[in-house]
Ligand binder design. Sequence first.
Ligand SMILES: Nc1ncnc2c1ncn2[C@@H]1O[C@H](COP(=O)(O)OP(=O)(O)OP(=O)(O)O)[C@@H](O)[C@H]1O
Length: 569
Amino acid sequence: MKETGPLHKNIHFNIGVIFTVIEGFLSGCSYIMIFLVIQILLGKKTTTTDILTITGILCVIYVLRVLIYSIGYTQNQIGGAAVSKNLRLFLGDKFKRIPLFRFTHGQVGQYVNTMTCDVNGYEQILTHKVSNLTKNIALAVMVIVFICYLYLPAGGILLLSTSMLIPEMWLSFRTVKKYGTRKNKVSSETVSSIVEYIEGIQTFRAYGVAGTKNKATTEAMQLFSQVSFEYEAHGIPINFAFNIINWLMVPFIMFIGISPWMAGEIQTIDFLLLCMLPMLLAKLIGAISVDLFSYKNLVISKNNILKVIHEPEENGSTEPFTVKNYEIVFDNVDFSYIPGEAVLKETSFIIPNQKLTAIVGDSGSGKSTILNLIAKYYETTGGEIRIGGKPISHISAERVLEQISMVDQDVFLFDDTIRENIRHARPNATDEEIEAACREANCDGFIRKMEKGYDTPTGENGNFLSGGERQRISIARAILKNSPILLLDEATASLDIENELAVKQAIANLLKEKKTVVMIAHTLSIVKNADQILVVSDGKIAEAGTHDELLAKGGKYAAMWNAEHKLSA
Ligand SMILES: Nc1ncnc2c1ncn2[C@@H]1O[C@H](COP(=O)(O)OP(=O)(O)OP(=O)(O)O)[C@@H](O)[C@H]1O
């Protein structure tokens, strides 16, 4: 099947294979030359010219072999590396188009496995396996042809024994398909488990369940070891049986060559080679069998890559998303993360353009889900969400997200400087613009106190910074992006008083601009001045109105307000 797209092999790869095959034939030629040398030596009239000619030809063959091998190997490496680079770039780009809800924990493990192990595996096929295989096959064909020339029946028998490779491969491939596929699946689960273990190491250590005490990770590794063993254990007997047949051919050919040699039908030198060449052939066939086995295994990697390549993409339009206003409408929206377990049920509400809407409600009532749906992290299962009158289901997440700034509790920071982390919000922003955004976000002060100021590294995922500092950096990003919609998950409750005040001030600055703001509020004091408050309860909007209206109503909001005031009193 002709390969297209990122798996397509390039010209370097093809040149590499051709050169390796030539090198295989040349290596066969050196055996023919040795044959000629022995023939001359055993003959009566050996002249210096004969010896010089043969050694000269051998020199040329060896120099050519080294040259051709070097070119072939280099071309293979260049070709393979180019394919894997293009493949990784392609997959990186593909991840941009896969719906965001696909990036669940288990799936991320699979993607990491594909991007690393599977792409490495595929590169191995291209840079080593294919060339080794073609070279060994070329040399094996030459050896068989040469044995046929020496003594046809011996050549015929070797051809027959070599053809046992076909059933052997058929059986091996079945093993690879069954156990290799499982091994690969368990391998991605193990990667997920290891990623989770490393990410959560602080928590695991705090609870004394790190290292071998961590049940989930230990079990995942044990399972992987067991599956790997099963895989090898089922492949070995087939290979073992084949190798016995393969190597028994060496004495057998010797045996059937004795009578013609004694009868003078073949010369001593031919008999000598009949004793030696089957050993070389057995070694080659053994190597071909092992390479074909691992080649088939690596094909699983290729299939995993193909699976990602063919993953359904978002079907929304990538045309720029332009609307006259940024009113957000939820029209009878149904949503569930797990089929049958509804989180939002026929939910309808309007978030007015350039107004502040606060969402309050019990924990687990669906507040974050509403933000996730506006940002198109997930697709609704029923109903429609419209921004500025346009249904967002027809627009790609990337285009919708261009209109949105998100400040939530999980601030993701890259292992880069503070300046570059903020610049991600608007890559062409100047240093002055970044610093101005930081002043508004109340983080300019603490950044300047740092040794390298804006060029201070944040550490992996911002672990050199405190929670409040990370939140203010996230607010600076939102200010810099200056998008018309702002989704805010206010989470000042977990901060110390100084940080809480700084973050609240930063949020107040962020809200000064005219934007459509949707804010999840965990403390009601912060939403008092909102233009509209939505009270979410059990996946529905239980109440909607201003602070005063809702208090006057004496419903759920009023109860929450009174409870909060009792606590702070
Ligand atoms: N990725 C997910 N997969 C499955 N269920 C989920 C997922 N995310 C949230 N849920 C479930 O959906 C429901 C609503 O969750 P959501 O995070 O929207 O609540 P919330 O009101 O924001 O809660 P909180 O105030 O505690 O953050 C909860 O029952 C939660 O367990």
